[in-house]
Design a protein around this ligand. Structure first.
Ligand SMILES: [Zn+2]
Length: 412
C-alpha cells in the first residue's frame, strides 16, 4: 500500500512515529487489530492525517480481500451457456394466444399422476388442458422391451404418444409435468425408466425425447427454477409455453414479472396466500395466473432416495403412509424412478364449492390436482366440479377432510 502523495519535508512540526502508530492502529469496528506495527522514517517528515487514515482504510480492504479470496467461487462457463440465454428470451409465439383468450374465459385444467386418472378426466368436456406427470410413463407402467419391436421406440415414449393422442381426440391440450427434483443423473434415469435402451438413447435420451416431443405436446409444467431452465432449453426453438407450478416462487407481482422476463408463460397462485393477498396479486399480475381449486398440498419435497437405507431402492414409484406424533396421517409418494419424494397433506384443499369467491378472483385458469386418488375418487370430484360448472349444486362425500387452505386466513 502506498499513499497517493509522497511524504514531504516538515517545515514546522515533523510527524512523530507515535502519531503514525496511533493513526494506523485505529482499526475501530473492523474485524482486524494490529499485533505489531513498526515505523521506520528518516529525518523530519510531514504527512497529513487524512492520508494516513486513507492508507489504513485501503490496507484493511486489501487484507479483507486477501482473506476471503480462497472462498470465492468462479461461475462455470456452462451457466452462461448461450442456449440458456437464448432460451430465456420471452416467448413470442402464436400458442400464447391461448393464454390471451384465457383472460376472457377461465380455462379449466387437471393435473394427474397416472394414465388411469387421465382417462377419467378425458370424459369431462369442461376440462381444457391436462397436465400429465412424466412419472406416469416410467416404471411399472412400462414393461421393458414390450411394444418396442412394433415401432422401434421406447415403451414409455409409446405410452406418451398414445396419451397425447387421446388428449387431442378429446379436444384437450397436453402439458407434460417434469420432475420436482432434477439431479445430474435424472436425464439418464428417466430415459432408462421410460425404456430407452441403446447407450446413445440413454445418454441424451431426454433431450432428444423432449426435442421430438415438443412438436406434439402443447406445453411443459416446471416446479422450480432449475426445472424451468431445463424445460426452456429442451423446448428451445419450439417456443413451447412453460407453465410454473406453485412451488416456483411467485408470491408477489415483482417475482411474477421476473418469471415473465425469463420467458415463463404462466404461474400458479401459491397456497400460502390468503384471500387479501390473492386479490391484490390478481390485480397486479403480469402473467396469466392459475388457481388450484382441488388437491392434496405437498408439505415437503425431499431430494433423497427415501428407501435406500431401509428396504432398498425399488427404482419405481410407490406410495407410503406416515403418521405424525399427533396421529395425523400423511402420504408420501416415492418417485424412485429418479429417487426423490414428496410428502402430501392427507387433508384435501377444495374451493370447488366456493364458485362465487373463485369467480371474483378472476383467475386465468383453475386446476384440479390428483395425486393418490383412485379412478372412482377422481370421478366423484370431477362430477362435483362439472355440476358446479353448469350452475348446479352437488354434494360430494369427500374422501378426506377438506381444508380451505389460507383463503379464509389473514386480515382483510
Ligand atoms: Zn430410490
Amino acid at each position: 500500500m502506498e499513499t497517493k502523495e509522497a511524504v514531504q519535508e516538515a517545515e514546522k512540526q515533523p510527524v512523530r512515529a507515535d502519531d503514525i502508530k496511533k493513526q494506523i492502529t485505529k482499526t475501530g469496528e473492523s474485524e482486524f487489530i494490529f499485533e505489531e506495527l513498526s515505523v521506520e522514517m528518516e529525518g523530519a517528515c510531514f504527512i497529513p492525517l487524512k492520508q494516513l487514515n486513507q492508507l489504513r482504510r485501503d490496507g484493511l480492504i486489501a487484507v479483507r480481500q486477501a482473506a476471503v479470496q480462497s472462498f470465492r467461487r468462479t461461475v462455470p462457463a456452462s451457466l452462461e451457456h448461450a442456449s440458456f440465454k437464448k432460451a430465456c428470451q420471452p416467448l413470442k409465439d402464436s400458442r400464447m394466444e391461448d393464454y390471451g383468450a384465457g383472460m376472457a374465459r377461465c380455462l379449466a385444467c387437471a393435473m394427474v399422476e397416472t394414465i388411469e386418472q387421465m382417462e377419467v378426466i378425458l370424459q369431462y368436456p369442461q376440462i381444457d388442458r391436462l397436465y400429465v406427470s412424466i412419472h406416469a410413463f416410467t416404471g411399472d407402467a412400462v414393461p421393458k422391451g414390450q411394444g418396442r419391436e412394433a415401432c422401434g421406440k421406447a415403451p414409455g415414449l409409446l405410452q406418451l404418444n398414445r396419451a397425447v393422442k387421446q388428449c387431442r381426440e378429446a379436444g384437450k391440450a397436453f402439458y407434460l409435468v417434469l420432475p420436482a427434483v432434477w439431479r445430474m443423473d435424472t436425464c439418464e434415469k428417466l430415459s432408462a425408466a421410460m425404456g430407452f435402451q441403446t447407450e446413445a438413447e440413454t445418454k441424451e435420451g431426454l433431450k432428444r425425447f423432449l426435442d421430438g416431443l415438443a412438436a406434439q405436446i402443447d406445453g411443459i409444467v416446471a416446479k422450480n427454477m432449475e426445472v424451468f431452465t431445463i424445460a426452456k432449453i429442451c423446448s428451445e426453438g419450439k417456443a413451447l409455453p412453460v407453465h410454473l407450478d406453485f412451488t416456483a416462487y411467485a408470491m408477489n407481482a415483482a417475482s411474477i414479472q421476473c418469471w415473465k422476463e425469463l420467458g415463463a408463460a404462466s404461474c400458479t397462485f401459491q397456497p400460502e396466500l390468503n384471500k387479501g393477498e390473492l386479490y391484490h396479486l390478481a390485480k397486479k399480475r403480469t402473467l396469466p395466473m392459475e388457481l388450484v381449486i382441488y388437491g392434496h398440498m405437498p408439505m415437503m419435497v425431499s431430494a433423497q432416495c427415501p428407501v435406500r437405507n431401509t428396504k432398498g431402492c425399488s427404482q419405481k414409484k410407490e406410495i407410503l403412509h406416515l403418521k405424525d406424533r399427533k396421529g395425523n396421517r400423511h402420504f408420501v409418494i416415492n418417485y424412485c424412478d429418479t429417487c426423490y419424494s414428496i410428502i402430501y397433506n392427507s387433508d384435501v384443499l377444495s374451493y370447488i364449492d366456493m364458485r362465487q369467491e373463485v369467480r371474483s378472483l378472476n383467475p386465468d385458469s383453475v386446476r384440479l390436482q390428483f395425486n393418490i386418488e383412485s379412478a372412482p375418487e377422481v370421478k366423484q370430484v370431477m362430477d362435483c366440479f362439472a355440476a358446479g360448472y353448469s350452475g348446479e349444486e352437488k354434494q360430494v362425500q369427500w374422501p378426506e377432510k377438506v381444508t380451505r387452505g389460507h383463503w379464509k386466513r389473514g386480515v382483510e
